[in-house]
Structures are given as C-alpha cells and as structure tokens.
Ligand binder design. Structure first.
Ligand code: ADP
Length: 443
C-alpha cells in the first residue's frame, strides 16, 4: 500500500506501488520487461523477427533502455497487412478476447488479449480511476460503446475491478442516459467529451439541472479535446473533467490519464514504454519537444507492440507533481500527424469515404469532408462533385444518388453522414496535397 501522505483520498490505494516506484526501480523493471517482450516477439512473430534480422539485431542486443531506439517501428499498416492474426504471439487457445477497430482501408484491425493481458488492462484502468480519485461506492455510468470497440469493456471491467457500481448503458439514447443518471444517482460518467457536451445540452432542454445531480467526475477520452471544452463542461456541471488516453493497438483505454492535479497525463510506464519522435524522420526528440508518441508494450503477451507509431502528437511534461506519482506525463493529445479524423469516438479516414463514394457511378474524385459541431454533437457533411449529366438530372434522381452515397459511406465507416452533391469544378483544387477535411468544430 502506498505510504505517501500526499496521495489523494481513495486515489492511490488499490494499485499504488507501480505508480510511486523510485525511478531506478522503475527503469530496472522496464528494462527486464522490454527484454522479455522483445524475445517473445522475436521468437513468435515472423514480421518482427524478419525486421530484426534485416538490421542484424537479436534480442541479446537490448542491454539498456537506450537500446530501444535500435528496434524497428511497428505501423498501423502492419496490423492491416497481417490481418487478422499475423502479429499474434500466443496460441489461439490462450487468447480469451478479441477486439477490433477500423483501419485505413475499412478493413478492421484485430487486437488480442490473453487472460494475463486482461488482468493488466483491468489493473491499469483501476489505477487510472484511482488517479482521478474514484473509489468503491462510486456509481459509474459507462456510455462508451460496448462491442468490438475497446472503450466499452475496458472501462466496464476496470470500474468493476475498482469496486465501483457500473451502469453498462453503452453509447447513444441521450434522453435515457439523462434519466438513468438522475434516477440511479450516477457519480461518474465515462464517454467522449463531445458526447458529454451533448448530454449536458439535452439535459438543459429537458429541464434538468446537471448541477443538482450527484455527478462529480467525467472520464473523457477517445478523441482530442481542449481546455476550452473542459471549461465549458465544468461551468455547466459540478464535475471534474479528466482526460484519459488509450488505443486498441496498445491495450485500449488506460494507457495514460490525468490525476487530480490535471497537469498532463501519467503514462503507465511499467506496461507501456513511451518515446516522442519526429513524426517525419522517426528520430527521437529531445526531452520536452513536441512530436509523435511511440509506444512499446512491456508486458503484452497475445500481441506485443514494439515501437508502435501512434501518429498522436504530444510532448513529455516536466515539473513536480503533488500526488507522488513518479511516472512520466504527456501533454493532452493535440492532433494526429495524418489525415484521420474522429467522429463520436470513431476513427475515420478520408480514404474510406473516398472508396465508398467512388464505387458509385456518377461521382467524381473531388470531394471535401466538412466537420461541424451542433449542440455538442459532431456532424459530417460530404460534399461531392458529380458529373454534369447527373447534375442536370431530375431532383428525384439526384436525391436517390444522395441517399445511395450516404448509405454506402455509413456501411463503410459506421457513422451517419450528410451528402451534398455539387457541380463539377466547385471544390477547390490544390497545388499539392488535397485538403480533404475541413474541421469547423469549435471548443
Ligand atoms: P478506433 O480505432 O476503434 O476508433 P481506438 O480507441 O484505437 O479506436 O482509437 C485510438 C485513438 O483515439 C488514439 O490513437 C488517439 O488518436 C485517439 N484518442 C484516444 N484517447 C484520446 C484522448 N484522450 N485525447 C485525444 N485523442 C485520443
């Protein structure tokens, strides 16, 4: 049990020792785990072994933590290319759970967990909750989507392991969310920040004052959000809004989280080794510089990830903390280094929309995706040029095409979009890379 007097009440109890280790102890643990995970991946994952061999490396070459930079990167495309099971390092019989998230071509990316991996996931989620002062007796309304997305089950089992009472409501059905929140005495809400803004606004329309509810904390993640959004939420409710970060490839939610001090997110470094690299060159950046977060899983059995390029932009945060945690912190994720955008917690790549759209006759490869936020809810409008023949067709034919396009896009990316057909040459042409996404979302 943690002996530090400055740990928040209920905040550092359930899983505190790894959070408050001395730096030499932590580095020693990380090195031992790094060596194990590299050996495991080398022995069991052909793609990783081949890349090591190409560099003339063997696991024995990893003698210190600094040697991590010798290791090859892993990219999202590697998961796609080896879909579905090519990066697994465990026998199927030892895998107890699969999750999936969308990939660049619409082909999902599959991630796997052994029973031991699930225990680690639960433990980092318990630590994440504890970091934000959550404890037994809290009533946690989990409005992340349940299913293949890691958000739902990740938060669910973590909150149960903490000893909290979980309401597994999943996403959507806003009026019901508000009724449940009021009637069952929810104290903690877990969902995307944009969805919570929507919940708050809808509650207002229903004549419910969020400030009168027992709701006291929100665990918000899965998409970028800003300090402005935090202020917006906190002035309209009595909650403290916490940032929590994670990604399926590494484990799901629970990679990093804020504490009560809310000055950067602590990375659970004993399981996830963080580096910040130059997104263009992949070279490690000096401490404190902003760049791309690269993560290595130190304990994952089913699917070890070595130097995974997250494409998420952040920086290490320096300076003292009050809570006594010794883990390194990262700044709130600012944006992605690629073109991907996130709508209601779902990752979407313009290329997916393009592929769905262009499969339908009459469309031209000139389009723009406009993202807006109305009452806290993200909306997508796809403006697409169509041939002159189509444009001079009857209104009925135009509407039918619009509908077909919207359905095709929804089938591919799992989100509803509005389609607007425009005349040829309406959309601005670019000299270099086309600007596909116009993000008009504020706060
Ligand atoms: P999917 O691919 O199914 O949408 P993931 O959960 O794997 O699901 O998405 C992970 C990505 O979500 C991260 O790489 C990051 O870009 C984004 N993300 C997750 N948490 C946060 C956060 N707290 N702030 C900003 N972005 C986040």
């Amino acid at each position: 049990m943690c002996k530090r007097s400055n740990c928040p009440p209920g905040g550092c109890l359930p899983a505190s020792p790894p959070d408050c280790m001395t730096i030499p102890q932590l580095r020693e643990l990380q090195l031992r785990r790094l060596q194990n995970v590299v050996s495991r991946a080398y022995d069991r994952v052909p793609l990783f072994r081949n890349r090591m061999n190409e560099r003339g490396l063997t696991p024995a070459d990893i003698r210190s933590l600094d040697d991590v930079v010798k290791l090859p990167f892993t990219e999202k495309v590697d998961l796609r290319d080896t879909y579905p099971f090519g990066l697994f390092a465990s026998d199927m019989a030892d895998i107890v759970r699969l999750h999936a998230s969308s990939g660049t071509t619409g082909k999902p990316i599959v991630v796997a967990y052994t029973a031991e991996d699930i225990k680690v996931w639960d433990s980092v989620m318990v630590r994440a909750f504890a970091c934000c002062g959550l404890h037994r007796g809290d009533v946690v309304q989990n409005a992340y989507g349940y299913g293949l997305f890691t958000g739902g089950l990740g938060f669910h089992y973590g909150a149960e392991a903490l000893g909290a009472t979980v309401i597994p409501i999943s996403g959507g059905n806003t009026d019901r969310q508000i009724m449940i929140m009021r009637d069952l005495g929810t104290t903690v809400i877990c969902c995307t920040p944009s969805y919570f803004v929507h919940l708050t606004e809808r509650a207002g329309e229903m004549g419910i004052d969020m400030k009168q509810l027992p709701l006291r904390a929100g665990m918000f993640g899965a998409e970028p959000w800003s300090e402005g959004m935090r202020q917006y939420i906190e002035t309209r409710t009595n909650i403290k809004a916490f940032d929590i970060y994670g990604l399926s490839e590494i484990i799901g939610p629970g990679v990093a989280v804020e504490c009560l001090g809310r000055d950067g997110m602590f990375v659970f470094e004993d399981h996830f080794y963080p580096e910040i690299v130059d997104p263009k060159t992949g070279e490690p950046l000096p401490e404190g510089r902003e760049g791309e977060l690269v993560l290595t899983t130190l304990s994952k059995q089913a699917m070890p990830m070595i130097r995974y390029r997250t494409h998420d932009i952040t920086a290490f945060v320096d300076g003292p903390v009050d809570c006594g945690r010794t883990l390194r912190r990262i700044r709130r994720i600012k944006n992605r280094s690629d073109d991907m955008f996130i709508i209601r917690g779902v990752n979407v790549f313009p290329s997916q929309i393009e592929a769905a759209m262009l499969a339908i006759d009459g469309t031209l490869p000139h389009y723009q995706i406009v993202l807006t936020r109305t009452k806290g809810l993200d909306e997508v409008e796809v403006q697409v040029e169509v041939t002159a023949e189509i444009f001079s067709d009857t209104v009925g034919a135009m509407q039918a095409l619009q509908q077909r396009l919207a359905s095709a896009i929804e089938r591919t990316v799992n989100i509803r979009v509005k389609v607007r057909l425009v005349e040829p040459n309406t959309i601005e042409r670019s000299q270099g890379k086309a600007k596909r996404v116009i993000d008009k979302r504020r706060i």
